[in-house]
Design a protein around this ligand. Structure first.
Ligand code: P6P
Length: 321
């Protein structure tokens, strides 16, 4: 029955990095509690304000963001934070070694319909940079020291990596400890399951339209097998399914807002999920290049996403070449 600290210590993880991860988990336990309260907690519904993305914030978005900010600011190892819900980065501790970037409550549009949501986090080295400056955070995904998500579902799970495989921890309600329940996840190389929001089909670029059309042809088409489809509209739930049983997840560019590269954000959705997927033997791409090779230009930069089972993602990329 290994705790997160025990497992990370076994892996030789620096104490300061363990503390930073524990700060995320400290906040996530409170978030899990508020979610479980549901309507009884008086925090469902909208906060009547918008975030930098122009999205209406849910009360729980704001509350989760504050819980994470406070927990991380109190951790001496954390130099600064960046959040989907914050316009600018926030400096924390001058002596800190790490930058923690997060989406406090991904999929929050699902809260009011009681569907799984999650906290996504990415940890980068501060490298002595000014943590109040955006430029300090603009590091490629391959620089991440750790990444993970807390999935608030039927059970509350932590899935994370520090570059030595992907491990699953289950929150034990009785003790409040995340306990190791699965280690060294490996994604099946092939799949018969894809995840995309089909309602946007007419807006996709032609390569994506051609690829998905071939998936839908099933046995009679070039793929030579029948596919199933899933779309939860909560990236953490889709990625968790893919880590658990394989699959391919896509949120491509589309012409509804042609000036935006995609809907999802590189720094605190694309990159942390890509670290997990690749540590588990999968592939993650923006359709042209490996996601974690992208040199970021803006903290809230958006990116097209294709990730999942290695062979399937390679096939999807071929349609874009
Ligand atoms: P759509 C949730 O809002 C999110 O950012 C991801 O978690 C999810 O995969 C996607 O957007 C869902 O987008 O357009 O299907 O609602």
């Amino acid at each position: 029955m290994q705790t997160v600290r025990q497992r990370l210590t076994l892996d030789g993880t620096p104490e300061s990095l363990i503390q930073s991860i524990e700060a995320v988990l400290f906040a996530s336990k409170d978030i899990a509690f508020r979610l479980r309260q549901g309507a009884l907690g008086g925090v469902l519904g909208c906060a009547e304000q918008e975030n930098v993305q122009g999205e209406t914030q849910k009360n729980l978005d704001v509350l989760s963001n504050d819980l994470l900010k406070n927990a991380l600011a109190a951790c001496p190892s954390v130099a600064g934070i960046a959040s989907e819900e914050e316009d600018l980065p926030v400096a924390a501790n001058a002596s800190g070694e790490y930058l923690v970037l997060f989406d406090p409550l991904d999929g929050s549009s699902n809260i009011d319909v009681n569907v799984s949501v999650g906290t996504i986090f990415s940890i980068l080295p501060a490298n002595g940079g000014d943590p109040s400056k955006e430029a300090t955070y603009l590091q490629a995904g391959k620089e991440q020291l750790s990444a993970g998500y807390v999935l608030y579902g039927p059970s509350t799970l932590l899935i994370m990596s520090t570059g030595k495989g992907v491990h699953v921890f289950t929150l034990a309600p009785e003790t409040g400890e995340f306990i190791l329940t699965r280690e060294n996840i490996q994604i099946p190389e092939t799949t018969q399951e894809f995840a995309i929001n089909m309602s946007n089909q007419r807006f996709w670029a032609e390569p994506m339209q051609n690829y998905v059309a071939d998936l839908l042809k099933g046995e009679e088409g070039p793929m030579g097998k029948r596919y199933n489809m899933r779309w939860v509209a909560s990236m953490v739930a889709e990625v968790h399914r893919i880590l658990t049983r394989g699959g391919i997840f896509m949120y491509p560019w589309d012409k509804r807002e042609p000036n935006k590269a995609g809907k999802l954000r590189l720094m605190y959705e694309g990159n942390p999920m890509s670290m997990l997927i690749e540590q588990a033997g999968g592939i993650s791409s923006d359709s042209k290049a490996p996601m974690m090779d992208i040199q970021p230009e803006l903290i809230h930069q958006r990116v097209p996403v294709i990730l999942g089972s290695k062979a399937e993602v390679e096939t999807a990329i071929k349609y874009h070449q």
